[in-house]
Design a protein around this ligand. Structure first.
Ligand SMILES: Cc1cc2nc3c(=O)[nH]c(=O)nc-3n(C[C@H](O)[C@H](O)[C@H](O)COP(=O)(O)OP(=O)(O)OC[C@H]3O[C@@H](n4cnc5c(N)ncnc54)[C@H](O)[C@@H]3O)c2cc1C
Length: 287
């Protein structure tokens, strides 16, 4: 399939990208790994593509107590980040995305702006409590908490005239551990079920806090409150994690989506297994 004809312009700076957006009403393109396939099947046909892929200011990870990840940082860069305190779940999830071509071209900004329910990074950012920063023409910026950023199936809180510039995260503390577990589609490697757990433990190995987010089976990355109720105050073992993870099924309820690759019932059965695995792996990394 070929896309409909389009104009192509390359932005050299964030300011120019936003001016071009305002002038042409076009669509940003970063790695092109989600947008171009959609254009080829004509699910979308922008009149102008605004290539932001060479704006160096948007690429890379900087640390200043926490971490700021530029929107053009690739999945490979996330997976190979070695700074102390960089969240293990994020490295792990980025390393599980697609194949080497996708990880070398796909960007964190494109991944979250696209808000594909089967993507991995939205789930991780929701669990980590990340903050998304968007900029509009003139340079005004707006911060959004990750759980509020993902609003529905392929929908985010990003306004049409905004460019996502960066994502901010706290550094992982010594008593903290995080992990991502995924049941992946064997062809595309997108998530059928994705679960991210972030836990804190005290000196005795007792869980003192726990945040779990899931994706793949829900229309958007979803933070689950009920899993923590069963785990906080207990040591994190295979049994306690499995028992706590069962609450995920009730909390997700009717929000579970099925498709050609995996039906609703199958995903519902898999959900506590992958939540449990993420909890146990996060617990093993904490403390
Ligand atoms: C074969 C294959 C397998 C894949 N497997 C996985 C997987 O296992 N897990 C997973 O999570 N993903 C997977 N992906 C998706 C991949 O991670 C994409 O790279 C990512 O979703 C989009 O990033 P991109 O840079 O290519 O964005 P693009 O395709 O360039 O853009 C996607 C959308 O985001 C918008 N956009 C891009 N950057 C910005 C910005 N800075 N501000 C505002 N809007 C912006 C664009 O306008 C467009 O609407 C796969 C893709 C392919 C082709």
């Amino acid at each position: 399939m070929y896309p409909r004809p389009f104009e192509y312009v390359r932005a050299e700076s964030v300011g120019q990208a936003l001016d071009l957006k305002s002038d042409t009403g076009g669509r940003f393109i970063a790695g092109g790994h989600s947008l171009l396939p959609m254009m080829k099947i004509r699910m979308t046909s922008p009149g102008t593509l605004i290539d932001i892929g060479r704006i160096d200011d948007l690429r890379g990870i900087s640390s200043n107590g926490g971490f700021t990840i530029g929107a053009l940082t690739t999945h490979s860069m996330l997976a190979s980040e070695s700074a102390a305190g960089f969240p293990a779940a994020l490295k792990e999830a980025a390393g599980m995305i697609g194949d080497p071509q996708v990880r070398n071209r796909g960007t964190v900004g494109g991944n979250v702006a696209h808000a594909d329910p089967a993507s991995d990074l939205p789930t991780v950012f929701a669990a980590l409590g990340a903050t998304m920063t968007a900029m509009s023409k003139g340079g005004a910026t707006r911060d959004m908490a990750a759980p509020d950023f993902f609003t529905g199936l392929f929908e985010s809180a990003l306004n049409e005239d905004e460019l996502l510039t960066a994502i901010r995260l706290s550094a992982e503390g010594e008593s903290q551990g995080s992990a991502y577990a995924k049941l992946f589609n064997p062809a595309s490697r997108y998530a059928i079920v994705g679960a991210c757990a972030v836990v804190d433990v005290d000196g005795d190995g007792t869980c003192t806090s726990c945040t779990v987010a899931v994706g793949g089976l829900t229309p958007k990355a979803t933070v689950l409150e009920s899993v923590a109720d069963g785990l906080v105050g207990n040591p994190i073992t295979d049994d306690s994690a499995e028992a706590a993870a069962r609450a995920a099924v009730d909390e997700v309820g009717d929000d579970i989506m099925g498709d050609l690759y995996a039906g609703e019932d199958y995903r519902r059965d898999m959900l506590p297994i992958f939540v449990g695995r993420a909890l146990v792996a996060a617990g093993a990394r904490a403390g």
